[in-house]
Write a protein that binds this ligand. Sequence first.
Ligand SMILES: Nc1ncnc2c1ncn2[C@@H]1O[C@H](COP(=O)(O)OP(=O)(O)OP(=O)(O)O)[C@@H](O)[C@H]1O
Ligand SMILES: [Mg+2]
Length: 261
Amino acid sequence: MTQQSKSDPVIALRGIHKSYDDLMVLRGVDIRAHEGDVISLIGSSGSGKSTLLRCINMLEICQQGDIQFCGEAVRWSGDGPGRMPADQAQVVRMRTQLSMVFQSFNLWAHMTVLKNVIEAPVTVLKRERGEAIDEAMALLEKVGIADKAHIYPAQLSGGQQQRAAIARALAMRPKAMLFDEPTSALDPELEQEVVKVIRQLAGEGRTMILVTHDMKLARDVSNHVVFLNQGVIEEEGSPETVFGNPKTERLQKFLHASVAA
Ligand SMILES: Nc1ncnc2c1ncn2[C@@H]1O[C@H](COP(=O)(O)OP(=O)(O)OP(=O)(O)O)[C@@H](O)[C@H]1O
Ligand SMILES: [Mg+2]
């Protein structure tokens, strides 16, 4: 196993290609997220944003390209369409350090909010139950829903459910967090509750990759913005450059359409 050095990116992707049968969705994507980076991934519907996030945590297997996590490269067996991770234990270990928050919350409906948050720390990380509960309550406090700890997800608003999902992700003490449109299923005022939590996490120096349609959020929280178009990075840079001085016509059109939406 490679030893992590201080300068290794938390996530390093090189030449990621992903196809579904004949449809080539990602055509060679490179991204590096260092500790504390907040990278926003923007692009039109179908450009491959969710697919890229799913390739990072290996919910999908990319057919070409390298993934490194804290300096450790994913080991593959086979090539092209038949390629698979060579070491399932490595995948599980990496995945537990990479929490993903989805648009649709994905809480377990039959468990209370507190149980949702402590489940993986207790069963996967083997944390002591009492400690896991204390930490979970602190996280629920942090996202502003400690008073909802003992009720079920169906009794929460969408914004509260998403904040519970974020607390659950944080309870794994991840090295990086992946967000796939965490606010887009929410009404505007509920969205703001979640945006506030994401801003707070960014301010704490957490490493995050955030797929969002919310250009204001991308501009506010990220230090790097990646514009994905038809499976390639069309343009990237600081939020000031990408939003303030877009170079390609495609990005100009995309931003124009986003403002109009
Ligand atoms: N499991 C799958 N099987 C086949 N095709 C898929 C699968 N998942 C995604 N695709 C296709 O891959 C392309 C990229 O999809 P993806 O979900 O990554 O886009 P996106 O950028 O996240 O879009 P959106 O903004 O609408 O969420 C689309 O053409 C989609 O139809
Ligand atoms: Mg998507």
